[in-house]
Design a protein around this ligand. Structure first.
Ligand SMILES: [Zn+2]
Length: 682
């Protein structure tokens, strides 16, 4: 059963954001952020039922509009008088683990080569055309799919090309993503592509919570009856959307309202003009939704609240949200108090202003985001190499500090300055999910060879295919030019790219690690490695040890913010149970290997190597034995030697040898050190 959209309780911002996009798909989609168990997916899935139905060319697998069929439609050309039945608007879900073929469709290269026909199987982009494309856990979507999705969303078309054979078709859809920020953030490029973002949380009021539960029970007990009871509301909502769509082209965005839009965008220091354009479009949609043909200050306020929070965020450690005082101040400053002598609107930072003002914005066809994508093309993507300095107080992020922390023996020191970290990698060649750390066989990267395909050919190695076919030409009866290919000639290219890893930090927080200054430097270094892990699409985990034992401070997660928050708040002092730390790491990796077997771990042990604890125990010996256990399990590792002072014992290096891991000093972790250490290793 699909839960009725009208029956969703609370989550007003989310419902409004979805409805504004339903009225004007040019707003550019919605990203919904929130913890688990808020029923955000239920609400998204309910949307399709209240969208107006679409007329499609009968038999077209690409959803062509009979009024304007796609001239390049692979199922075309369509006759002018083809039957045009109506079907409900679709909501298509893109699973996070989907293959490229599933998303964009598949071109059968084998049939093209051996039978000489173009055969194309449509993917999810075709299915979502003129409907909604929904990605749950969008933050976990493979980078490669993200790129394909963004290209299609920006162009309103999908292109599929394999070895020079190409197919294209229209793909305009409303993009909706949901995510739990605790599981990791979105790439900034993707974040910016969503027109609106909303944060959802379970309602706090007991009465609202009770209503959620009551409706859930009623829906489970009698799904058909529950749906039927909401039929009237659903129809009314669908009618209101249809009316607002019809009104949209007549809505006027006057100069005063536009000035407020640009003032608000300037006040929140957003980059480029995309924010201004999206805010203006959302304000226009809100006016249409509210039954008005003129944009008011209230429309601008609502639009800013939905369109700006994710555009002003500078790095993954910033807190979300929009400061209401700043918003009101900006609206107030731009409000016309008296007739203005100067009729020209203020100019934006770039000396220009959004091209679409007034009615023009409403007339933009859905998904054809000409102005927006032009602006995007000129924007340099954030450099992967740029350091993202984490803020000193990372503990205000999304309640990530909820875990109980033992009473500090010494208060937590703030981390020192972060820097651009060198790439630490797992040796050998893995087969993990694509990322940017260690070498791996993958479906992307450079061609290193070829092999016989196990299933369908996804990347043809043309030269090796021709070479394989060559010796058989006479036997196959070839007499003139032109190669005679058969299926067994086809060779799949073998690619080598990079994978993401699980970087498990094992951090010594004991008293021997030295002064507060020293600990700040250690924290700064680990934070730098965490930022690096975020950029390389790694999972991260954190084990700490001090005093009586070791603690899994953060189980393996996508949330680098959570790791940063735990690390920042980490108290220090007491003894150094190194062995306990290593054993806890060993156990954590053993469990994780079951859960995510293809992701290879990299253990980063941050310590001075001084194992201490209760008397009468050989702590150094135990630490060595624990290290040996990890080595026997084949765990790749790096030891970061934090030993300070004039007299160096080299105990961290000794542990490194037992781990089979390279040992680096704290000051060797920066990227600029890379050249020198490569020389050392040679
Ligand atoms: Zn068609």
């Amino acid at each position: 059963m699909v839960y009725p959209f009208s029956a969703v309780v609370g989550m007003d911002d989310m419902r409004l954001a979805l409805l504004l996009n339903a009225v004007s798909p040019a707003v550019g989609g919605v990203l919904v952020r929130g913890e688990k168990g808020t029923a955000k997916s239920t609400a998204v899935r309910a949307l399709a039922a209240v969208l107006p139905p679409v007329a499609v060319v009968a038999g077209c697998r690409f959803g062509c509009d009979p009024a304007a069929p796609d001239p390049d439609c692979p199922d075309g050309p369509h006759l002018a008088d083809s039957p045009a039945p109506q079907r409900p608007a679709r909501l298509v879900e893109l699973p996070v683990g989907a293959s490229e073929d599933r998303l964009v469709g598949s071109l059968d290269i084998e049939r093209a080569l051996t039978e000489g026909v173009k055969s194309f199987e449509p993917g999810l982009l075709a299915a979502a055309h003129r409907g909604v494309l929904y990605v749950d856990e969008v933050n976990l979507l493979h980078d490669h799919l993200v790129d394909l999705l963004l290209d299609a969303a920006a162009l309103g078309r999908a292109y599929v090309e394999r070895e020079g054979v190409s197919v294209q078709h229209a793909a305009r859809f409303l993009l909706v993503g949901t995510m739990n920020p605790e599981e990791g953030e979105l790439r900034p490029q993707l974040l910016d592509r969503f027109g609106l973002t909303v944060e959802v949380a379970a309602p706090r009021e007991p009465e609202l919570r009770a209503e959620v539960v009551r409706r859930r029970f009623a829906a489970d007990a009698d799904p058909a009856g529950f749906s039927a009871r909401w039929d009237g509301e659903e129809t009314a909502l669908a009618d209101r959307i249809a009316e607002a769509r019809e009104r949209l082209p007549r809505v006027v965005l006057g100069d005063d309202a536009l000035r407020q839009v640009t003032a608000v965008c300037a006040a929140f220091e957003v980059d480029g003009l995309r924010a201004d354009i999206v805010t203006a479009r959302a304000a226009i949609a809100h006016a249409a939704w509210s039954g008005r043909e003129t944009v008011t200050e209230d429309d601008v306020r609502v639009a800013a609240r939905l369109a700006l929070p994710h555009r002003r965020r500078r790095n993954p450690f910033d807190a979300p949200g929009l400061d209401p005082d700043t918003l009101e101040q900006a609206l107030d400053d731009a409000r016309p108090e008296e007739p203005d002598d100067d009729p020209t609107p203020p100019e934006g930072d770039g000396g220009g202003q959004p091209e679409e003002t007034g009615k023009g914005a409403g007339e933009t066809p859905p998904g054809r985001d000409g102005t927006g994508s032009d602006a995007d093309n000129t924007e340099a993507p954030p450099s992967a190499g740029d350091p993202v300095p984490p803020r000193g107080e990372a503990d205000d992020t999304d309640g990530d500090t909820a875990l109980p922390v033992p009473a500090p023996e010494r208060a937590a020191v703030d981390p020192g300055e972060a820097f651009r970290a060198r790439r630490l990698e797992v040796p050998g060649i893995g087969e993990g999910v694509a990322g940017r750390r260690s070498k791996a066989r993958s479906d992307r990267g450079r061609v290193v060879g070829s092999r016989r395909p196990e299933g369908a050919v996804t990347r043809l190695h043309l030269v090796d295919t021709v070479v394989a076919a060559a010796p058989h030409q006479r036997a196959r009866g070839r007499s003139g030019p032109g190669l005679r290919l058969q299926k067994e000639d086809l060779r799949q290219a073998t690619l080598e790219g990079r994978e993401g890893n699980l970087v498990l930090f094992v951090v010594d927080a004991s008293g021997s690690m030295g002064s507060a200054d020293r600990m700040a430097a250690v924290k700064g270094a680990v934070l730098s490695l965490l930022v690096d892990a975020y950029q390389r699409r790694d999972k991260v985990g954190l084990v700490t040890f001090r005093g009586a034992g070791a603690e899994l401070a953060l189980p393996p997660t996508w949330s680098v913010e959570a790791a940063a928050a735990r690390l920042t708040g980490l108290p220090t002092g007491g003894r150094s149970p190194v062995a306990a730390g290593l054993l806890r790491a060993h156990e954590t990796l053993r469990v994780e290997a079951v859960r995510d077997p293809r992701r290879r771990p990299l253990l980063v042990l941050v310590t001075d190597g001084r194992a201490t604890g209760a008397r009468g125990v050989d702590h150094l010996g135990e630490a060595r034995r624990a290290a040996g256990l990890l080595r026997a399990a084949g765990t790749a590792g790096v030891v970061v030697d934090c030993e300070a002072g004039h007299v160096r014992l080299g105990l961290a290096g000794d542990l490194g040898a037992h781990l089979g891991a390279r040992t680096l000093r704290l000051d060797e972790l920066g990227a600029e050190q890379l050249v020198r250490t490569v020389k050392d290793a040679a």
